[in-house]
Design a protein. Structure first.
Length: 154
């Protein structure tokens, strides 16, 4: 009897509205200053530790494992001006990062009024942790936060 009541909730998707929509390779996304952006890559497109940069980002994003994809969550800077900007991916092992940057996508920054710019700092979220698949060896990086079963603990 409760199942019909749950179906609309399940169809609406996850309850977390804080998760930014993913930005796949080659896409364009319109955002406002302070908006978060999730850059996602599948196996072969990026590796753990690659960086995501753009002149309109608050800071550089680092690709981190969120099994089964690599994800970097970045934020549009509060002082970003309207326009379309490139988002680039740079290899973690690049000796000369500028020579190994590859275009990933484009960000179209929409105009924001002064009140929205003042409220921007309330939107900024802290860095995310990594969540690797359970069957991978541990730890994969310093951000790996998986729990594990202690074989000698009771």
């Amino acid at each position: 009897m409760a199942l019909p009541l749950l179906l609309p909730l399940l169809a609406a998707g996850p309850a977390s509205a804080a998760e930014p929509a993913p930005l796949p390779l080659g896409s364009v996304r319109s955002l406002q200053p302070g908006d978060p952006l999730g850059v996602t890559a599948v196996s072969g497109q990026a590796v753990n530790g690659d960086t995501i940069t753009s002149p309109v980002l608050l800071k550089t994003g680092w690709m981190r494992m969120t099994a089964p994809r690599l994800t970097a969550v970045v934020t549009i800077a509060c002082d970003a001006r309207p326009g379309t900007y490139p988002l680039t991916l740079t290899s973690a092992g690049a000796a000369r990062p500028a020579e190994h940057a590859a275009p990933w996508a484009h960000i179209r920054v929409e105009a924001a009024d002064e009140a929205a710019r003042r409220a921007c700092r309330n939107k900024v979220k802290p860095d995310r942790e990594e969540h690797w698949a359970a069957h991978t060896t541990w730890p994969q990086s310093e951000w790996d936060v998986r729990s594990f079963r202690c074989p000698v603990c009771r």
